[in-house]
Each structure stands twice: as C-alpha cells, then as structure tokens.
Design a protein around this ligand. Structure first.
Ligand code: ACM
Ligand code: ZN
Length: 542
C-alpha cells in the first residue's frame, strides 16, 4: 500500500511538469486575431482573480461562473500576483485596445491578463476565457477528475458592429423570467448586446402598467386554444374563462434589466402601436376607431384592422402614460414602438381620423401613421428616449430622429440610411428564426419560410447597394424569434441555437475572417458546452 501511494505521488509530481493536454481554442464568435502558444494555464484553489473596484463586475462574473462549473471558490484581490487572472482597465489606445467593447487576452503558464478600456470589454474577455476551458465548465460542478486548463493565447478582439441583437416574442407564447435569464446568459456568451423584448401584441399585454391595471388583469389573458392550429382558433365564447397568458410585474422587469446590464446587454422594450394591439381593446375599447369591445384573440389575427384611433387625443394620453412608466423601467436609450402591419380600413371610415387628416393637412392614412409616430417620437424625446420602429414607419414620412429596424428586406434600411437615419438590419431572409431550419418533414411545425444555418452565416448587415457614406448608419443586425408556433422554452432554444451562434459571428467577426467550415468545427465544441449548460440546440445539421 505504501509503495502504491509513493508511486502515485511520483506520477503526479512528474505530471505537474508535463504538458497538460488542452483543447484547441474554439471561440464563437471568432476573435479578430488569435495566436496560440505552447503550454497551458491551470486553475487551482490558490488561483486569484485580480481586479479593481471598476473591473469588479467582470471579475465577479468570472468568479461565479468558475465556482458553479468547477466548485473552486477563487478569491478576488486588488494586488497583482502570480497564479492569477488579472482584469486590467486601461486608457484607450494602450495594449492595442481602442474599442469600448474590445479587449485583449494574453496568457502565460502563470497569468491570464485581460485588458480593456471599459467594463464591457473586460466582460467580453471573461466570456472568451470561459470558452477556453473544457466544455464541462458550463455545467454544474465540481468535476474533480478534470484539470481546469486553458491553452496559452494572445487574443486581440473587438466587434464589427455595435448592435448585436436578438428579439424574443413573449406575447404569442409567454415565457417565464427564468427562461429569459437563461437566454440572456447564452446571448451574452456570444457577445451579443441588445435584447429586444416584444411585450405587446394582439394576443396579449405582457408588462404591468400601474396606471392601467386592466392591461394585466384582462388584456394579458386569452382563452386557451393551444390544442388548435394558430390560424384556426375561434374567439372566446360567452362564459369561457381566459386562462392562458401572463405578464411581467414591474419588479420582474427591473430584475431582468439589472441581470442583463451585468452581462452588457441593453434591453429594448417593444410597445406596439398603432396595430398589433387587439388585446388592449378587450380592456379599453374606447381607444379603437369603432369603440367595439373585443376579447383577446387566442390565435392569428389577419389583416389587423382593430388599431388605435389616430384622431382621438385620449389615445395619445393613454400611450404617453404607458410610455412614461416604460421609460422609467428601462434605462435603454431606445423604446421600440412597432409600427408594422397596420391596415388602415377603420382609419378610412373613422370621422375622428379623417378630421385629423384634414386639420393637420395630411395627404392620406399613410401620412396619418407618420403623424402618429412623430407625435409619439416627440414625447419619447422629451423623456430622453429615441424611437425605433419596424420599417413601415418609413411610409408617409419618417419621424425626424427615428431609427429603423428593417425587416421586410434590406430596402427599408437602405432608404432610411440614405436619409441619414440609423438602421438595424433584420431582414426575414436571414434573421427570422421562426422559419424552418431544415426540411419540413423532419422539423416541428413552423410558420413557414426556410432559413438554414448556412444561410444565417451569410448575413451581412451592410448590403452591397449601400453608399459608402451611409455605412456608418448601419448599427448592426438582429435575429428575431416570433413565437406563434413556439409554445415552450425548450422549443425556443431549438429554434435559436445554433442559428444564433452564426448570427453572433456575422455581427462580431470581421467579414474577411469568417469561414463556414471553420465555424462548423468550432460548433462541435459549442454543442458540448450546450449539453453541459442545458441548452436545447438543434442537431439538424447532422
Ligand atoms: C414583423 O415581422 N411584423 C415585424
Ligand atoms: Zn379613428
């Protein structure tokens, strides 16, 4: 027995000197530049995280992440030492880091140093380090059998685009806060920084508004027709109870916003208008042109003719009250006001809307929508917020400061950028993750379309037709997940991953460095990470 123990001791002493096998780096999105050197850096219980007060958010993120995955409780200290992961905040231009979200990560066998000019860059350095560890770190530790070693690297990195977004529709199906946070964890790992939260649509109102309690008492709930196809769901009948739906309380909203902020994610709430608001008229029918009370639709609504009356000043009073509360909850510079798919049938017939057109000297209902949006924009600006909307807000004239989210193609975005407006590109052809990702026969029912992983990887938010001087107006791009056909959190993950991995690389990695075959190779490791993290990704590419 004694012999056996000393034998083990010798083996372990020898192995300390030996190279610890490490994986090749498999980072998504691919960094701008990465050089691997021989050797490795290993964690042990004496490893320190070095951080100042300013770099503490990234340090705490890494400490908690390492603790969860490995069981090691690393201490954070201010003083530099060996056997440490060092977060270093520097002046712009130092250590080749100049972008506010950029960072460098340089490791030796004794130290990993992450350098950036802002806390966001430090956090992205930590996210890269996360992906250098064995994939098991994504799960719940401890794993005493694993040596937590990372390859030695020199990485210099920064994003290609400022807006790297994802939208989740929490109306067509409602998702709990726990799921939203789980997605935020994953999109942050992909260095995406905007989460567009679709909180209002025909089938439900999902955000508590203190001034209008009916919105969450009545408009948030619909009759349960989940057993019927989305497009064939009869309206609520007299005597039937509306039991399907839900909403986020203001406390929950604040909690999610704070959670996202720690991950360098800005949350942009979407409060739709003038259409996609049928549910509002279940509570406040006087806000539509007809004043007719309706019930919350349990499924598809098309065309959308029940819309806010643009001739009624109480509609604007209502929206301003709603937006005041929303502006107070979300620190984001932007509030998304929808603007899409408003069929103007009722506006054409409504005496109030027609009187508004006449009084304001507008040409038609298109210009009435433009009036609507410009009036809302003025209010948002007074609250220190910017208006962003779907590309229909171009019709009839764009509100003066508006940012356009181009979804029906690139054209709206090209037009808006040409007129000097900022643009987020989100065309259906590359960015609609509710589309099928594989052959219909082998996929769960989806809304239609076809958007395989390989096509997402070809997305470039800057179309060739765009004039060079307008490129600066393209903030970036965004993947959208509409959820008519996506009833569960697991299903939403299936539709998002790995297409979101491709989107993340489209928006972070310089075009010239992108390579689909190399991406697929790194994706193998990413799938292992997802297995440990409990992410339900699609294996459709196999
Ligand atoms: C949209 O897909 N209606 C923006
Ligand atoms: Zn009207």
């Amino acid at each position: 027995m004694k012999h056996f123990i000393s034998f083990l001791l010798i083996v372990s002493m020898v192995s300390c000197q030996q190279e610890i096998p490490v994986n090749e780096p498999a980072i998504i999105p691919l960094p701008v530049s990465l050089k691997q050197n021989p050797g490795s850096f290993s964690l042990n219980k004496n490893t320190r995280i070095v951080a100042s007060a300013e770099s503490m958010p990234a340090a705490e993120f890494l400490r908690d992440f390492i603790q969860k995955g490995t069981g090691l409780e690393l201490k954070i200290s201010e003083k530099e030492k060996s056997n440490a992961i060092i977060f270093s905040l520097v002046e712009p231009g130092k250590d080749s880091v100049s972008d506010p979200e950029g960072y460098s990560l340089i490791s030796t066998s004794k130290k990993v140093r992450i350098t950036a000019i802002s806390p966001a860059g430090l956090l992205y350095g930590a996210q890269t380090l996360r992906q250098l560890f064995p994939p098991e770190i994504e799960g719940a530790g401890p794993h005493p059998e694993i040596q937590w070693a990372v390859p030695l690297v020199e990485i210099y990195d920064q994003p290609a685009f400022r807006w790297r977004g994802m939208m989740l529709d929490c109306v067509r199906h409602f998702f709990p806060v726990s799921h939203v946070k789980h997605l935020l964890d994953q999109i942050a790992a992909l260095k995406m920084n905007h989460f567009h939260w679709h909180l209002v649509d025909d089938q439900g109102w999902r955000i508590e508004i203190l001034k209008y309690p009916e919105l969450t008492k009545t408009s948030a709930w619909r009759v349960d027709r989940e057993d019927l196809p989305w497009g064939e769901r009869p309206s609520q009948k007299a005597g039937e109870e509306a039991t399907y739906g839900g909403f986020y309380t203001q406390d929950e909203i604040r909690e999610v916003v704070a959670y996202a902020a720690k991950l360098n994610i800005e949350i942009i709430p979407e409060i739709e208008m003038p259409a996609h608001v049928s549910c509002v008229f279940a509570s406040y029918p006087e806000l539509s042109c007809t004043g007719k009370k309706i019930t919350v639709p349990p499924g598809g609504v098309w065309p959308i003719t029940d819309i806010y009356c643009a001739g009624n000043d109480s509609v604007f009073a209502f929206l301003e009250n709603v937006l005041s509360e929303v502006a107070g909850l979300f620190p984001s510079k932007y509030i998304h006001v929808g603007g899409d798919e408003a069929t103007k049938t009722e506006w054409k017939k409504c005496p109030k809307c027609q009187a508004r057109i006449k009084k304001e000297g507008l040409k038609n209902e298109q210009e009435l929508q433009s009036y609507f949006m410009s009036r809302i924009e003025k209010f948002l600006n007074s609250k220190g917020k910017n208006l962003i909307g779907w590309d229909e807000i171009l019709e009839g004239g764009l509100a003066p400061q508006a940012t356009v989210m181009s979804w029906r193609g690139f054209e709206g975005g090209i037009e808006a950028a040409g007129a000097g407006h900022d643009v987020v590109m989100s065309p259906t052809s590359y960015c609609y993750f509710d589309y099928y990702q594989g052959p219909k026969e082998s996929e769960p029912l989806a809304i239609g379309g076809f958007l395989p992983l390989s096509k997402v990887y070809q997305f470039n938010p800057v179309p060739a037709e765009l004039k060079a001087e307008n490129i600066k107006h393209i903030l970036g791009g965004q993947a959208n997940l509409w959820t008519e056909f996506i009833p569960t959190p697991e299903h939403s993950e299936y539709m998002l991953f790995p297409r979101l991995d491709a989107m993340a690389e489209d928006l972070w990695t310089p075009l010239k460095n992108k390579n689909y075959d190399d991406f697929l190779k790194r994706l193998q490791i990413q799938f292992e990470r997802y297995d440990f993290a409990g992410v339900n990704y699609s294996k459709n590419i196999y």
